[in-house]
Design a protein around this ligand. Structure first.
Ligand SMILES: Cc1cc2nc3c(=O)[nH]c(=O)nc-3n(C[C@H](O)[C@H](O)[C@H](O)COP(=O)(O)OP(=O)(O)OC[C@H]3O[C@@H](n4cnc5c(N)ncnc54)[C@H](O)[C@@H]3O)c2cc1C
Length: 516
């Protein structure tokens, strides 16, 4: 077994396509350059002149679990890489085919198979997205409350592949809590069903290993989820989303902690925006109501539930905020800004050169899970890293940070730094600076007792190098599992340094990574 799979020759691609046509219709096997380019692009930046490195050799559009399994079986037999792709919104390149091969685009697996109103579950194809699903569920007064900022464009399978994080997770849980079970195609093409224990609609079972969690967040390296059963909740009758302004970060930081620790049952989350982030949002007047110019930090809290529970709970949160020096920004700003949470990043003309010229910028974010007590120190360290980068070149634009409660108790926060990147000018030199900055950002999170990712995973150059250090001996267990379940390294090779499972001297390579 080679460590890095070879790219396929044209003849080999033709052979693979012919084999795929024995299990799929002609229109489900895509070989044109456009079809392949459309499935190579993800929102994460990469030097434009190197895009061709990431093209898949083919893409397929299966319509059932059996078809996905048949594709994977062929790939395993022919030793061809397989990369699952759902919405393609993943920010750490999980769905990017680093070694070519077949992209399995699951968007035609988008049916609602069963809506069980009594047990409050829905069973769907993993190519459906939360917005589309909730349009159907709304007619029954129900909601599937997985609510990432990418809610309109990421799909259930990608949420499983990344074990995603939800903006309202403090109330309803994150993807890992909301997905009860799913059908999963292993790298050999065998199909299994995983849940808590083995249950289909069971939320707590103690039978056997909890395999559901092994097959979530693996970024497509251990197979493909095809059909999932999800937990449902009553569609909330009332929403309260106050935004409060502060004169300084410290008061806002203390306020957000107090709100999260208050133990209010309808509390769905709180966000802390620092001064840089507020300035960044203020500029973004397409999507946001401009904030008053004297605001130095911002806190937002969100509550969902019945009218008669949200109102009294809201009064308590308003009292807490006032005690911490908050100034309420009013209903118009609060409701408008919270409603805009799903289009926060749709601002391609957002960037500026150092001279102030407006230029097209993509944005990128690095995230980490950090305890509340470590937030100020991590923020300081991250700001210093990006300020340094910005001093070196204006390929990188302004930046900002926010921290978001992960749990109702406020134990830890998703903390994220967003950076504008002038992608057309992202040459190899700037890319190397960026990769080093990402590594430094991840290292700062680890040094403060955090995890280097809260929702996006950590597959990309830079942060991925620190995964073996974060997981310690656990990373070696991952290597063992990878080799056992994927004997020919066909599932999404090149990700998470899992190719080490097939290397001659994995230990030396690991040591080298840990010394990075
Ligand atoms: C504007 C924007 C806002 C975002 N906000 C959030 C946020 O608030 N919270 C959050 O968690 N993330 C957020 N993200 C990141 C991204 O949306 C999530 O990582 C999401 O879970 C990816 O879903 P997807 O359908 O786009 O998956 P893809 O990008 O297609 O795939 C993601 C990974 O999962 C694997 N995969 C895909 N399908 C399957 C499958 N069926 N079975 C197994 N593995 C699979 C892929 O190989 C890849 O490694 C945001 C992204 C953007 C662009």
């Amino acid at each position: 077994m080679t460590l890095t799979p070879e790219r396929l020759s044209t003849d080999q691609v033709d052979t693979v396509a012919d084999r795929l046509r024995t299990v799929l219709r002609e229109d489900q096997v895509l070989t044109s350059k456009t079809d392949r380019l459309n499935r190579a692009r993800v929102p994460a930046p990469f030097p434009v002149h190197r895009w061709r490195e990431r093209l898949p050799d083919l893409a397929v559009l299966p319509e059932s679990t059996d078809e996905v399994a048949a594709v994977v079986r062929i790939a395993n037999e022919l030793r061809v890489p397989v990369v699952p792709r759902d919405g393609g919104t993943g920010l750490t390149d999980g769905a990017v085919p680093l070694h070519g091969g077949i992209v399995v685009d699951v968007k035609r697996l988008n049916q609602v198979h069963e809506l069980d109103l009594d047990n409050r579950t829905v069973t769907v194809g993993t190519g459906i997205n939360m917005l589309k699903l909730n349009e159907q569920l709304g007619r029954h007064g129900l909601i599937y409350p997985d609510d990432p900022a990418s809610y309109p464009c990421s799909l259930v399978g990608g949420r499983i592949g990344t074990s995603g994080w939800s903006l309202v997770g403090s109330r309803y849980g994150h993807t890992r809590d909301l997905v009860l079970s799913f059908d999963h195609v292993l790298p050999t093409g065998d199909v299994i069903h995983v849940g808590d224990g083995i249950g289909r609609k069971i939320s707590k079972s103690s039978s056997g290993y909890q395999l559901k969690h092994l097959f979530m967040g693996h970024q497509g390296t251990l197979g493909i989820a095809t059909r999932a059963t999800l937990k449902l909740y009553p569609k909330p009758e009332a929403e309260l989303s106050p935004f409060w302004a502060f004169d300084n970060y410290d008061d806002a930081y203390r306020c957000v902690g107090a709100l999260a620790r208050a133990g209010v049952a309808t509390f769905a989350g709180a966000v802390l925006f620092d001064e840089y982030k507020v300035a960044y949002l203020r500029r973004d007047d397409e999507a946001y109501i401009p904030q008053p110019s004297d605001v130095r930090a911002l806190v937002c809290a969100v509550m969902y539930g019945y009218e008669d529970e949200v109102r009294p709970a809201g009064r308590r949160l308003f009292r807490i905020a006032k005690e911490h020096g908050a100034r309420y920004l009013g209903d118009e700003i609060s409701e408008g800004d919270w409603a805009a949470r799903h289009d926060r990043y749709a601002t391609p003309l957002h960037g500026r050169t150092k001279a102030g010229q407006v230029v097209p910028m993509s944005w990128h974010c690095e995230d980490a899970a950090v305890n509340y007590t470590q937030l100020p120190a991590v923020s300081q360290a991250w700001h210093a890293i990006i300020a340094d980068l910005r001093r070196k070149t204006d390929v990188f634009d302004d930046w900002g940070m926010f921290a978001y409660t992960s749990a109702d108790t406020g134990v830890d926060y998703l903390t994220e730094i967003d950076v504008g990147i002038w992608e057309q000018r992202l040459d190899d030199e700037a890319w190397a600076l960026w990769v080093q900055a990402k590594r430094d950002i991840a290292r700062a999170a680890l040094e403060h007792g955090g995890s280097i990712s809260a929702c996006h995973g950590s597959c990309r150059e830079g942060e991925v190098d620190l995964v073996p250090s974060e997981l310690g001996r656990g990373f070696e267990v991952m290597l063992d599992l990878k080799q056992m379940l994927d004997p020919h390294n066909v599932m999404n090779p090149g990700k998470y340094h899992l190719d080490l499972a097939y290397a001659g001297d994995a230990e030396a390579a690991l040591q080298q990574l840990r010394d990075t």
